[in-house]
Design a protein around this ligand. Structure first.
Ligand code: ADP
Ligand code: MG
Length: 336
C-alpha cells in the first residue's frame, strides 16, 4: 500500500540558481532546465518564463518587463521570485495534489526573509513539506563526496551572479565566502575588453555565446573566430578576426578576483582542515566552471589539485536527487 502511494506522490528537487533553475522529479529525472527569468505583460500578468522570457531581454517595448528575480544570489524581487518558483514547479507537470516533498538548493547567505519567501512559494505551488539545503552542500553531495564525514573538502561553485566558496565537513559548512563575481561578470569583462581593444560594441548575449563556444584560459591550441558587432565610432556593423587568446586578457581580472577569494578562504581555515583541502584539492562546480582550461589555470596559480566533475552544471540538482533518495541519511544537512 505504502509503495503504491510513494509512487503516486512525487518528490522534487530544485536548484534555484541566479542564472538557471533545474527541477528534478523523482523517477522522471531532470525535467526543467531554464533560465531564471520571468517576463510580465502588466503588473501580475506573467507573459513568459525561462528561455522564452530570456529571449525578450532588451528586445521588448515598454509594456513588457523582463526580470531576473535572483540577482546576485539573493531574491532581489520577491513577488517575481515567488511567481517564478511556482511557474517552474507547474512546468514539471505534477498535479498539485500529488506533490509531496520538495528539496530546494538556496545560497549559503540566505536570510530568514528569503527563506520564508522560497518556502511559501513552494507551499503555494502545492508542496506538502519544503526543505532547504545550501547550494555548495547540495553540489558536494551531487559530486559524490561524503559530506557527513570528517574529511573536509572545498567546493568552488561558479554560477551566473555569484561564486560560492565553501569548506564542508561533518554535514556542515565550516567556512564560506560568496563574491558577486562569476559568469555574468565574465560576459561584462569580455564586452569591455572588446570595446577598449577593438572599438567594437557587442551585446551580452553575444559575449556569453563567444565565451561558451571559444572561451579558453588554459594552455592548448588557440581557436580562431570572428567578432561581430557595431563599430563604436561609426555605429556600423563590423567584424574582426581574433583568437581565443583574447579571453586570457579579457578575463584576467575576473579570474584574479575569484582566485583571491579562494586564497582568502584557505587562509581562514584551521590548519587541520587546510591539510584536508590540500590533499583533496578544490572541486569546481557550476556553469561558470565550464570555461575551457579554467581547471588547469587555477591549478597552476593556487598550486593545489583542482577537479571539475563531468556534470558541473547539474551538481546542485543531482545533490537534491541524492538527498531525496537517501532522505534519512541526509536529514542533518537540511533546514527549514
Ligand atoms: P546559477 O547557479 O547562478 O544559476 P549556473 O551554474 O547555471 O548558474 O551557471 C551559469 C553561468 O555559467 C552563466 O554565466 C553561463 O554563461 C556560464 N556557462 C554555462 N556554460 C558555459 C560554458 N560552456 N563555458 C563558460 N561558461 C559557461
Ligand atoms: Mg548554482
Amino acid at each position: 500500500m505504502f509503495r503504491i502511494f510513494s509512487r503516486i506522490f512525487s518528490n522534487i528537487g530544485i536548484d534555484l540558481g541566479t542564472a538557471n533553475t533545474i527541477v528534478y522529479v523523482a523517477e522522471k529525472g531532470f525535467v526543467v532546465n531554464e533560465p531564471s527569468v520571468i517576463a510580465y505583460k502588466s503588473k501580475g500578468n506573467v507573459l513568459a518564463i525561462g528561455k522564452e522570457a530570456k529571449e525578450m531581454f532588451g528586445k521588448t517595448h515598454k509594456g513588457i518587463t523582463v526580470i531576473r528575480p535572483l540577482a546576485d544570489g539573493v531574491i532581489a524581487d520577491f513577488v517575481a521570485g515567488e511567481e517564478m518558483i511556482r511557474s517552474f514547479i507547474r512546468l514539471a507537470e505534477i498535479p498539485r495534489f500529488f506533490l509531496n516533498d520538495i528539496v530546494i538548493g538556496v545560497p549559503t547567505g540566505v536570510t530568514s526573509v528569503e527563506k520564508r519567501a522560497v518556502i511559501e512559494s513552494a507551499e503555494s505551488a502545492g508542496a506538502r513539506r519544503v526543505y532547504l539545503v545550501t547550494e555548495p552542500m547540495a553540489a558536494a553531495i551531487g559530486v559524490g563526496i561524503n559530506v557527513l564525514g570528517s574529511n573536509a573538502c572545498m567546493i568552488v561553485d561558479i554560477g551566473g551572479g555569484t561564486t560560492d566558496i565553501a569548506v564542508i565537513n561533518f554535514g556542515g559548512i565550516v567556512v564560506d565566502n560568496t563574491i558577486r563575481v562569476a559568469g555574468d561578470e565574465m560576459n561584462e569583462a569580455i564586452i569591455r575588453y572588446v570595446k577598449n581593444k577593438y572599438n567594437l560594441r557587442i551585446g551580452e548575449t553575444s559575449a556569453e555565446k563567444l565565451k561558451m563556444d571559444f572561451g579558453m584560459v588554459g594552455d592548448g591550441p588557440e581557436l580562431e573566430f570572428q567578432l561581430k558587432g557595431l563599430d563604436a565610432q561609426t555605429g556600423l556593423p563590423h567584424q574582426i578576426d581574433v583568437t581565443s587568446e583574447l579571453f586570457k586578457e579579457a578575463l584576467k581580472d575576473v579570474l584574479n578576483t575569484i582566485i583571491n577569494s579562494i586564497l582568502t578562504t584557505l587562509d581562514k581555515l584551521p590548519p587541520e582542515l587546510a591539510s584536508d583541502v590540500i590533499d583533496r584539492g578544490i572541486i569546481l562546480t557550476g556553469g561558470g566552471s565550464l570555461l575551457k582550461g579554467l581547471d588547469s589555470y587555477l591549478r597552476e596559480i593556487v598550486n593545489l589539485p583542482v577537479s571539475r566533475p563531468g556534470n558541473a552544471l547539474y551538481c546542485v540538482a543531482e545533490g537534491t536527487r541524492k538527498i531525496l533518495e537517501n532522505f534519512e541519511m541526509f536529514k542533518p544537512v537540511l533546514f527549514t
